[in-house]
Ligand binder design. Structure first.
Ligand code: SF4
Length: 405
């Protein structure tokens, strides 16, 4: 297919596809799916080989959020029966992080619900970062604490945070239909603050919220413009008790096409297969490893993933390898650019946030004056309703049960 040959050539040269080309990837048929995966896989292997970076989420503070992000089980008014707890102590968080590192994680993502941290919260998280780094000198730490105020990014960087996650989640035009308590512009600003402080930026999206193909392309092009080092691709986990509980819009094939489109638009960026992979890709998960070079190990913030051992077996069976702690995730040109900006050149970046799991951050209609997400020009096929695959997390951080890692 001419389209795919063109996209591979551009991906190998780190050249941006056109919007039309990105839309055309999303419009390919199921008969063309393996060709699309093979083409995007060439780009993935050019920049990341067969390596898979593992990231591990620690939910420092769960539920009770005053924000109203429609997709989030921790939102204001959520009826989802998730774990609710306030800040983990540094030693508790460090213990949870150690389980992920022992399971092979190279990065720990420290996430807290809420609009954004107070200065006291930044102190707490700084102590937690220090506790984690004392035990695991080489581990990368990403903080995801919501919207940052002046000076907070610098303080987190000084405390040892390597990266900061804040997802854009969806297109600017659809933000108002998803969240009313903060704006798309707020989110962009926080990503830029993190970058200015020398942290590696991680910012991604959530697919499956009723958005159109054009919205997906918009948010991915916006992300490319922001130039984060990692882009988590979440697939909505439609939690019962949230406004988007009935949004089962994704098929495994569509999820793969979305990942391929992200890879073509962001060829040399860490593309992370994030929340919702088990729910929406199901038995097709191994194919996604040809597109993404990074995944979360084990559980998500408020939902359970497949067993950590199953993640490792899947990677091995699919012919990929877990990226070692001594390996630089990013291609050299990106690692060098990050080091010049004042960040650690240790490699990959980002992930999580109140949004790395199909249940994280969003934006405001009040600011954008926009309506609910527009329907796709060509409606995507309805996905299968698999509420049986949505399991509220009952183990790990905030419980007495061992974590899944
Ligand atoms: S995504 Fe973050 S800010 Fe939004 S409701 Fe959930 S925890 Fe709160």
């Amino acid at each position: 297919m001419d389209l795919l040959n063109t996209l591979v050539d551009k991906g190998l040269r780190r050249e941006l596809p056109t919007r039309e080309e990105a839309l055309a990837v999303l419009a390919t048929s199921d008969d063309e799916l393996l060709d699309v995966v093979a083409a995007a896989g060439k780009v993935r292997r050019r920049w990341f080989g067969r390596r898979v970076k593992l990231n591990y989420l620690v939910n420092l503070k769960s539920g009770l959020c005053p924000e109203d992000c429609s997709y989030c089980s921790q939102r204001l008014g959520s009826k989802a029966e998730i774990l609710k707890y306030t800040w983990l102590k540094p030693d508790e968080a460090s213990k949870a992080a150690a389980a992920g590192v022992a399971g092979g994680a190279k990065r720990v993502c420290l996430v807290a619900s809420g609009r954004g941290p107070t200065d006291r919260d930044v102190d707490r998280v700084s102590k937690t970062i220090e506790a984690i780094k004392e035990q695991n000198e080489d581990v990368e730490v990403c903080a995801c604490l919501g919207l940052l105020s002046d000076g907070q990014a610098e303080r987190l960087r000084a405390a040892g945070a390597d990266a900061y996650n804040h997802n854009l989640n969806t297109s600017e035009a659809t933000y108002g239909g998803i969240t009313t308590t903060h704006t798309y512009a707020d989110r962009v600003e926080t990503v830029q603050q993190a970058q200015a402080a020398g942290m590696s930026a991680c910012s991604g999206l959530i697919a499956g919220m009723g958005e159109s193909d054009a919205d997906l392309v918009d948010v991915v092009f916006s992300l490319r413009g922001l130039d984060p080092d990692s882009v988590p691709v979440n697939f909505l986990i439609p939690f019962e008790g949230t406004p988007l509980a009935k949004e089962w819009n994704l098929t495994p094939q569509r999820a793969l096409r979305i990942l391929a489109m992200v890879r073509f638009v962001c060829p040399d960026v860490e593309v992370r297969l994030a929340g919702g992979r088990e729910v929406h890709l199901r038995s097709m998960q191994p194919l996604a490893l040809h597109l993404a070079n990074s995944i979360f190990l084990g559980d998500y913030l408020t939902s359970e993933g497949q067993e950590g051992k199953a993640d490792l077996a899947m990677i091995e069976d699919a012919g990929f390898e877990v990226e070692g702690a001594g390996t630089t995730t990013l291609p050299q040109h990106r690692a060098d650019a990050l080091a010049e900006a004042g960040g650690s050149a240790c490699g990959g970046h980002g992930g999580g946030g109140c949004g790395p799991c199909g249940d994280g951050g969003a934006e405001s209609a009040a600011a954008t004056g926009t309506a609910a997400p527009a329907p796709a020009e060509v409606p995507a096929p309805a996905g299968e309703v698999r509420t049986d695959l949505v399991a509220v997390r009952r183990r790990g951080a905030g419980t007495d049960l061992p974590p899944n890692a």
